[in-house]
Design a protein around this ligand. Structure first.
Ligand SMILES: NC(=O)c1ccc[n+]([C@@H]2O[C@H](COP(=O)([O-])OP(=O)(O)OC[C@H]3O[C@@H](n4cnc5c(N)ncnc54)[C@H](O)[C@@H]3O)[C@@H](O)[C@H]2O)c1
Ligand SMILES: [Zn+2]
Length: 384
């Protein structure tokens, strides 16, 4: 537990019915006249960004759209979007999408300058300064990227995903509108929801955990454990979906104040090398890492049990086992693969994965139990 800690938040968060309409007021307040809306082609096709566009147009703002953003973008794909933004000109950025779109929009808000490129930020994020105000509208629940100071890009030459972290990346305004996630397809709702679950439990069991992050991480954990299955299974379960949306935002705040641990650290090479979707790679690693960490996080898992789970466990050992079992049950219920084999990824060189995973020191250093190269290999071995 940290003895000194801080919490940084977006300036304003609008939540609830038709919250997207609030964009008009924000743009008016900012005096913005040229907006660039970031989204992806699939989302644009199904009209998810229409409400945000309408709100922007209502203010008389000129609206341009950048929608060629791939899922889990490379730094080069982000730079391409930044170059397009610079060509179009803007005084406000709106991101309507999942983590891929939001991270691209967030990076664009700091990289719309000739002073540095996105690639430069990989080596030195300290030079970052915000160039344009941002409004984030998450459409998955989710990465929590609407709250975090992180933006994750793939670095193909290193077969890794890398997080660029700076307070300048924290969004200025956030819109949590359940209409955005209403029709989220089950597999996407499931894997992105597990990502939020990982954020919550990892931040709660991180060396950086502190009273601020605990507040948000525990509430997120409680909401997710008790709503994720219903939110994914029942298209009409709007209360459960709203709970997931708030929970993923809270888990994002927990990241801002604490940090994720070995699940996310070891997940990055699976995304970088094998292009496993972020939520899926976390789901695959959740159980092995939780079992590995259990002896040193038992008390914290027991507290999570007391908060979120109803059962007859009485000792810390029983409670901690029940929390791990409950998370496993959720992953199984949601039909998320638990092995790389099930994703058609075979003959994986475990030593290479472990070498790549050990490079993610930013997150491994948050893990309460030290992870050695041999430990990383043993963990990866379990997910083959
Ligand atoms: N910045 C952070 O703090 C942070 C945290 C975790 C993950 N990430 C990053 O975020 C990215 C993953 O984001 P994600 O998990 O939200 O997925 P995503 O943004 O990659 O989207 C996955 C797919 O879901 C589709 N989709 C999104 N919303 C939808 C909707 N409402 N209806 C139908 N389809 C929809 C997208 O079009 C896309 O095809 C990864 O690059 C990951 O590394 C960032
Ligand atoms: Zn994540």
């Amino acid at each position: 537990m940290l003895s000194s800690y801080s919490l940084r938040l977006p300036k304003v968060v609008f939540a609830g019915e038709h919250a997207t309409e609030k964009i008009a007021g924000i743009v008016g307040e900012l005096g913005a006249t040229q907006a660039v809306l970031f989204t992806d082609a699939g989302l644009r096709k199904i009209g998810i960004a229409d409400a945000a566009c309408a709100a922007l147009e209502q203010t008389g703002c000129k609206v341009s759209i950048i929608d060629d953003i791939p899922a889990e973008p490379t730094y080069a794909a982000v730079q391409h979007a930044v170059d397009e933004l610079k060509r179009l000109g803007a005084d406000v950025i709106v991101g309507v999408g999942g983590g891929s779109v939001m991270d691209t929009a967030k990076l664009a808000s700091v990289a719309a300058t000739d002073a540095y490129s996105v690639h430069d930020l990989l080596a030195d994020p300290s030079q970052v300064s915000k160039q344009l105000p941002t409004i984030m509208v998450p459409t998955t629940a989710g990465t929590g990227a609407e709250a975090t100071p992180n933006a994750i890009v793939a670095v193909p030459e290193e077969e890794l995903k890398v997080g660029i972290v700076s307070d300048a990346l924290i969004s200025d305004y956030v819109i949590l509108d359940a209409d955005m996630i209403k029709n989220l397809p089950r597999p996407i709702a499931a894997s992105t929801g597990i990502d939020a679950l990982c954020h919550a439990i990892e931040c709660y069991t991180s060396t950086k955990a502190n009273p601020f992050s605990d507040t948000f991480a525990l509430e997120a954990f409680d909401l997710i454990v008790n709503n994720i299955e219903c939110a994914c299974d029942d298209p009409e379960a709007m209360d459960a979906k709203r709970a997931m949306q708030v929970a993923s935002f809270y888990a994002g705040i927990a990241i801002t104040s604490s940090g994720t641990t070995a699940v996310h650290a070891l997940s990055y090479p699976l995304g970088g090398k094998y292009h496993v979707a972020h939520g899926v790679s976390n789901a695959i690693l959740l159980m092995p890492v939780m079992h590995f960490n259990e002896p040193v996080i038992r008390g914290r898992l027991a507290a999570a049990y007391d908060r979120a789970i109803t059962g007859d466990a009485t000792t810390d050992e029983q409670k901690s086992a029940a929390v791990i079992e409950r998370m496993d049950q959720i992953v199984r219920h949601l039909d998320i693969p638990k092995k790389l084999d099930e994703l058609g990824i075979h003959d994986v060189p475990v030593d290479e994965l472990a070498k790549a995973g050990m490079k993610v020191t930013r997150l491994l250093s948050n893990n309460m139990r030290e992870v050695t190269y041999e430990d990383a290999k043993a963990i990866y071995q379990q997910v083959m």
